[in-house]
Design a protein around this ligand. Structure first.
Ligand SMILES: NC(=O)c1ccc[n+]([C@@H]2O[C@H](COP(=O)([O-])OP(=O)(O)OC[C@H]3O[C@@H](n4cnc5c(N)ncnc54)[C@H](OP(=O)(O)O)[C@@H]3O)[C@@H](O)[C@H]2O)c1
Length: 302
């Protein structure tokens, strides 16, 4: 599995495993540990978390599983996110849905993530969503402290558009910190960041892209969904031509883009992981890439 250099401190596996849905898997620590070993054996070493996943429980489930193979920690890059507050009985002060980018909240959230994950540092911390109340100076101060303390090696953002990225990055750059990563929703089903120029803006600044919900959260396979059905009409014959599954074709579609997009897969089925990896070994033609693109748009390109 290829690695993608994110910055001087960290490289990610080309394919990333996401843990948003881990609570639904209802796995024992032993079962999750087996899955983690299977991922790492395949070169999938980057693990994507957030403090809030699974009502603030998913990091803890992961931590218990990792504890069973502590040597895996150094083979992994662990990503987590902060900045969203969701109502939860598990967390003090989590009494509503809002964003909180205060220095105190960012620091407390990282402390909790480290404890739950049972690790000493995060390879990367992402600010989960932009906030209208974000004070870029305050975020910068928090990140500076976390980096100095060795709790976070590097950081990035998620769901930031061009102006939100520019606002924070210009502040960070003054402290010789840079945003080198933006985790965004993009898939054959969801093309907004390609269409609105966000992707180009990131490419221009060499900010690497992680794609969340690369299979549109499974919607891509729901043929009762009109858009998914259109896309699958194009993908299906390609699965025959290239002898891979639809998951593999989606990976080949990502791989063709010059931004070296890293899909964050949400599956918990190792067969689907293998199908995705198989897709990295094929190259679809430009025409096939555009056929998927226009099927998603629902109209031809100009
Ligand atoms: N930054 C953000 O704001 C943000 C937001 C959302 C998610 N994320 C990250 O992105 C990760 C991935 O998101 P996601 O879970 O939505 O990813 P996804 O890979 O698009 O969707 C995963 C879902 O699709 C199903 N699926 C996959 N292949 C399938 C197939 N061939 N047929 C039917 N169903 C199929 C999976 O079921 P099985 O498990 O049964 O295969 C799973 O339920 C999350 O875990 C999280 O780390 C970030």
């Amino acid at each position: 599995m290829d690695k993608v250099k994110i910055n001087q401190y960290v490289s990610f596996s080309k394919v990333i495993q996401g843990f948003w849905r881990a609570q639904d898997w209802q796995w024992t620590p032993q079962q999750l540990n087996r899955y983690l070993n299977e991922l790492v054996e395949r070169g999938i070493t980057t693990m994507d978390h957030a403090d809030i996943y699974g009502d603030y429980s998913c990091e803890g489930v992961f931590g218990e599983a990792l504890k069973l193979s502590p040597q895996l920690r150094e083979e992994m890059e662990i990503v987590s996110k902060c900045g969203i507050v969701l109502p939860s009985h598990r967390i003090q002060g989590a009494d509503g849905h809002r964003y909180n980018h205060s220095k105190k909240h960012i620091q407390q959230s990282v402390e909790r993530s480290l404890k739950e994950l049972q690790v000493d540092y995060l390879d990367t911390l992402l600010i989960h969503r932009p906030s209208p109340l974000m004070d870029p100076q305050e975020v910068t101060e928090a990140l500076k402290i976390l980096v100095t303390e060795g709790k976070v090696k590097s950081f990035g953002v998620s769901n930031f558009n061009k102006s939100q990225y520019d606002l924070l990055n210009q502040c960070l750059v003054c402290d010789k910190l840079h945003i080198t990563l933006n985790q965004l929703e993009v898939s054959p089903y969801t093309l907004d960041i390609i269409e609105d120029g966000t992707m180009n803006h990131m490419l221009k600044d060499d900010v690497k892209i992680m794609s969340w919900s690369p299979m549109a959260g499974g919607k891509l396979f729901d043929l009762e969904d009109e858009k998914a059905a259109r896309i699958m009409t194009v993908i299906s014959p390609l699965t025959q031509k290239y002898n891979v599954t639809a998951n593999g074709i989606v990976m080949a579609w990502f791989n063709k883009h010059p931004a070296a997009i890293m899909p964050v897969l949400g599956t918990h089925q190792i067969d689907r992981i293998d199908e995705a990896i198989a897709g990295l070994k094929i190259t679809i033609t430009d025409q096939e890439w555009f056929d998927i693109y226009t099927a998603s748009l629902g109209h031809d390109i100009p």
